[in-house]
Ligand binder design. Structure first.
Ligand SMILES: [Zn+2]
Length: 509
């Protein structure tokens, strides 16, 4: 028997629709995608890092399939892609697929919260175009970020949708391997996947998505319980990406069974209802940095980590809010570190001055008045870097990163790592490469909501998610006025939300 040929590719973008000072964040450009695009043989060489596409590559090998590498294009969280950018990236993926036909299956890594100019559900558009190309009988399966806004269109176009089950996303490769295994079994005729999809009108609060802690741990437990049900092949929960005014925003539940539509529908109902009944549990109170410090000092467990989710670059924020840096300096909290301040200007000044020099700089606060003003510092340049390093995991383990020209500067025990590209701190690898020992700090602020836990949770004494007066908030009621296009009532913006888990519209093709 000939080896089955599986096309592998991906387009990944988490599209931020608004920030407090703008309904129109800078659009994501073709250049943003191009700088993080790999193709063909470059994809075939992957397989070692903890990413979804690496997981596909590993899975294809492990299952004795033949890989047909397409395109893997990524761009960092930002505004909607222009129509031309969307079309260029998508056309390239589709052209590569068309030229590779016939294939026996398609595996795609799609974030699940991708929007382009005039297209709310860009992932759905990609999946539908792929389906049109390969026809109704070729299995198409996709893996999504946990922060996905999944849609009926996506569920209709695909045979199987799988969502990560960890935040920080430490299971990216694992979920891809799981999906590739489903692909291999489908092609071999061992299973016939049937998928049911439910959209849950719920905005999930970010601090309540951490999978190491209850109540989120219980939600993952619910998925693991479904894994044990005879006939269930896969169960997923998408917790959504909220800062975008779009009818696709919300939570979603997916159950895939082997040739049993009724079971898929019933279990999807059960999962959706389970989440809905606990809707209050997924809402977090807002904590200010000052209040968090009080709690932290009382507990006395160091380092105290303040997760500045208001300025989480991973969620679309600019990453140069100075609120916590100012607090550290004013209160003389030392030794302390602010990771990372996105400030190419200061990085360049430090680079020009050189290691050991003392520089007078205005740090951060340049992207918007709301994130500033810049903090005047007379700082010593402790180390410089071009910003390239490799994550040491577990999230993104062995994956390369590029923060652009970067510097570690210090004033009287307050340390700031200044970088040039908008990337969130995920583990200790970059600080270690600079020589900055995070374990020796008493206070650390990270511009991240959850992913920093990958490397920082093991060294943390205590962790507090705090809301600075900057970009992103988990109090969605504050954002109420920004949502004009939801097209339905959604909790907690509305209390009286009608729900009915009628059969999904994932009618078979
Ligand atoms: Zn995510």
């Amino acid at each position: 028997m000939r080896t089955a040929r599986i096309a592998v590719g991906g387009i990944e973008h988490e599209t931020c629709g608004f920030l407090p000072w703008t309904d129109d964040p800078a659009p994501t450009t073709l250049e943003d995608f191009r700088s993080q695009t790999v193709r063909g043989a470059e994809i075939a060489r992957l397989g070692k890092a903890n990413t979804i596409v690496d997981g596909f590559v590993r899975g294809v090998r492990e299952n004795g399939l033949e890989m047909v590498p397409l395109l893997w294009a990524r761009a960092f969280t930002g505004g909607a892609a222009s129509r031309a950018t969307f079309e260029t990236v998508t056309s390239e993926l589709l052209d590569l697929l068309r030229n590779a036909m016939p294939v026996d299956g398609v595996l795609l890594s799609l974030h699940g919260s991708f929007a382009a100019e005039g297209i709310d559900d860009a992932d759905g558009a990609v999946l539908s175009a792929v389906r049109k190309l390969v026809g109704p009988d070729c299995p198409v399966m996709a893996v999504h970020d946990m922060h996905c806004n999944l849609t009926v269109e996506m569920a209709r176009a695909a045979d199987v949708l799988v969502v990560e089950r960890t935040y920080p996303h430490t299971d990216m490769a694992e979920r891809a391997v799981h999906t590739t295994r489903l692909m291999a079994r489908t092609i071999a005729g061992e299973i016939r996947p049937r998928m049911a999809f439910r959209s849950i009108p719920l905005l999930w609060s970010a601090p309540k998505m951490m999978t190491a802690d209850p109540p989120m741990r219980d939600a993952i437990g619910k998925l693991e319980e479904l894994d044990q049900v005879p006939g269930v092949l896969s169960a997923s929960l998408g917790v959504g990406y909220q800062p975008i005014d779009s009818p696709v925003v919300g939570t979603s539940a997916i159950v895939v069974t082997d040739a049993n539509e009724a079971l898929a529908e019933a279990r999807a109902d059960e999962l959706a209802q389970w989440v809905w009944e606990r809707r209050k549990l997924w809402q977090a109170e807002s904590l200010t940095p000052e209040a968090a410090l009080l709690l932290g000092e009382k507990a006395g467990k160091y380092p105290i980590i303040l997760a500045d989710q208001g300025d989480n670059t991973g969620g679309g924020a600019p990453g140069d809010s100075t609120e916590i840096l100012r607090l550290f300096l004013q209160r003389r909290l030392t030794p302390s570190a602010v990771l990372y301040m996105v400030d190419p200007e200061t990085a360049a000044q430090a680079t020009t001055a050189g290691v050991g020099a003392e520089i007078a700089v205005g740090v951060g606060g340049k992207s918007s008045e709301r994130l500033g003003p810049p903090v005047p510092m007379r700082a010593r340049v402790r180390a410089l870097s071009q910003g390239r390093f490799t994550y040491d995991g577990p999230m993104f383990a062995h994956a390369p990163e590029d923060l652009g020209p970067s510097a570690w500067i210090e004033q009287d025990g307050v340390h700031v790592v200044v970088i040039s590209r908008r990337v969130q701190p995920i583990d200790l690898a970059f600080c270690r490469s600079l020589g900055l020992d995070c374990r020796a700090m008493r206070h650390i602020s990270v511009k991240s909501t959850g992913h920093f836990r990958s490397g920082f949770a093991p060294i943390a004494g205590s962790i507090f998610n705090v809301i600075t007066k900057t970009a992103l908030s988990n109090d969605y009621r504050q954002w109420g006025g920004r949502f004009k296009r939801l097209g339905r009532k959604i909790y907690p913006l509305h209390e009286d939300v009608p729900v009915s888990w009628s059969r999904s519209e994932t009618a078979q093709r």
